[in-house]
Design a protein around this ligand. Sequence first.
Ligand code: GTP
Ligand code: MG
Length: 698
Amino acid sequence: MAVMTAQDILNFALVGHGTSGKTMLTEAMLFNNGAINRMGSIEEGSTVSDYHEDEIERNISINSSLLSFTHQEKKFNVLDTPGYTDFYGEVKGALRVADFAVVVVNGVNNIEVGTDQVWNSVSTYGIPHLIVVNMLDKENANFDAVVDEARQRFGPKVFPLGLPVNVGPGFNKIADVLRNELFTYEGNGSGKAVKSSLEGEWVDKIGKLHGELIELVAEADDTLLEKFFEKDELTEDELRGGLHGAFMSHGLIPVFPISATTNIGVSRFMDVLAKYGPCAADFSQISGTKSTSDDTVITRDANADGPTVALVFKTMGEAHLGELSFFRVYAGSLKTGSDIRNTTRDRDERIGSIYSMNGNIRKEINEALAGDIAAVVKLKNTHTGDTLADKIEPIVLPGLALPEHKIRAAIVPRAKGDEDKLSTGLSTLHEEDPTFVYGYDPELKQTIISGQGELHLETAVKRLKQRFKVEVDMVQPRVPFRETITQKGESKFRHKKQSGGAGQFAEVWMYVEPLPPGSGVQFESKLHGMAIDRVFIPSIEKGVMAAIEEGVLAGYHCVDLKAVVYDGKQHPVDSKDIAFQIAGRGAFKEAFMAAKPKLLEPIYQVEVSVPEEYMGDIMGDVSARRGKILGMETEGRLQKVKAQIPLANLDHYATALRSMTGGRGIHSQRFSSYDPMPLDVQRKVVAEYKATTESPAG
Ligand SMILES: Nc1nc2c(ncn2[C@@H]2O[C@H](COP(=O)(O)OP(=O)(O)OP(=O)(O)O)[C@@H](O)[C@H]2O)c(=O)[nH]1
Ligand SMILES: [Mg+2]
């Protein structure tokens, strides 16, 4: 493949709801282009894009893949992203570097919750986008219904560039709005079509749409609009000239009818993109900050001659090759053997072999120019989201906007002595995929991993085993309940040990009182007389703090209270540090129990989006989880429910939602507050704690 410049490079991401046919669309594109001589299939695990073992096993995309090929002298860099929401970080990474997005919609299921989700992300990035309606060879496919729904949801600029003819198993023709012609496909999967004149009802139907398209394109450009007002039409050349601009300015959101598996409409889609699609050179400026510590914004021309700027949007460990960093060059070029600065981490890097990628088919290239997307092998200090830039003119590009975590689990290594391997494995996985997060939680005393869903975490655990040779079990993380008090409580606690050996004596008089929520804990000494020597105050405090960490009622941290020591007693010989620590701890516990203690539990704010028909199930489930509905909103065919649910009852929510809705619901969750636990639940938690701490009777 010749080195291509930005005018000839198209960078786009395929995004959409799970199993809408993104990967099969890439397969058809590769076939039409001659990169492969037979289309693979998802069921046989033989596609170019879904080549990883876990993808083949589950018949879904898990990683975004880069597929690069030339079509009509343009280089297509296609990022095929997973639709399964557990891997949404991959979508965000791809959209960060794509110049436009192709939203793939299942022609039977219409706009789904995942379509909405990607649409929101695409809008946030502000990049041009188009819609591909797939699966039109299926019995119940309905192209018009998708266009109607998409218009309602995403606005009047949504416009079909072709209408499918013979939708259903016989789908073989497309009436083309741009050319006013009929494309008849051979019907043997070859992707080839012959053009002919439109006939019958299609003449008027397409003629009318052609007229509307002219208006839409004219509206997107002031000079064209003037011409349109003068003559009440545009020439075909003017229409074509305006198409690219309309697409770029979001004045036109084209819709293409296709069937990926039978390869209908795909070649026409590719041709239109090659001719009118945004190319990398259309995005002529980049901006970032001076450095990670200096957020002065700088803007640069994105051309191949200037200093190099590139962004790593994905890192992946590949068998037999090690880590590959996928990058997009924005300015200058990245060359094998050159030195570059990782400006995000202030480290130097030497660029090794660079590959143009087609799934796992790699072609070594020595250089990637501004506008291109490729992969480089083994960068020592560079992780996903980092900027690589020339030392002479450093710049830090915005990193990836990552989704919030949706699920947590605790992990326990199966074998002792695996701690080092585990921590290397965890940190590598996090560096590759920043949506996978880990850490030791001192409050829970567990190593916690978090991510986007159960499958995301399972995939990580599997990679730990396969790549880092460490096996772990995933267990439920403890829930960080908290303990607090509701009124003042007092105690006078004496610790005395005067039999055998050195004696111990300390007496602490203390009271505790509640503080407002969120205040944490305070310790204060209000000693008036000389009953206790001041040197023992830190000992008492240490004892109190130990009790606060250990918990009193059920073994959880105590919060929102003040402990005050105001008097006590001591012994001239037997009073010492340890004695006052013990007395401080005892006094606190007694005072705490006298202060009507209660348990608090973490409450999460949960937002669920589902098609209307699942609302009943969702609401029932929320209340079964002791949740409260806060509100509901309609978003097109979807309903968005806001609720508060205790973390203790949020186990496996993503999975439960998936099974309640057949994968048609998504949710997000985030910590909201600590609330008092209902008494019956509290009794249970306290009883469980007692059962584990008290020795069995007898
Ligand atoms: N009949 C029919 N089936 C299709 C078509 N496109 C894809 N499929 C099937 O739909 C299923 C999902 O296709 P994929 O290409 O994996 O869809 P995807 O959007 O890449 O899925 P994820 O990446 O997992 O989100 C597979 O069984 C495909 O064979 C189509 O045009 N017609
Ligand atoms: Mg896929």
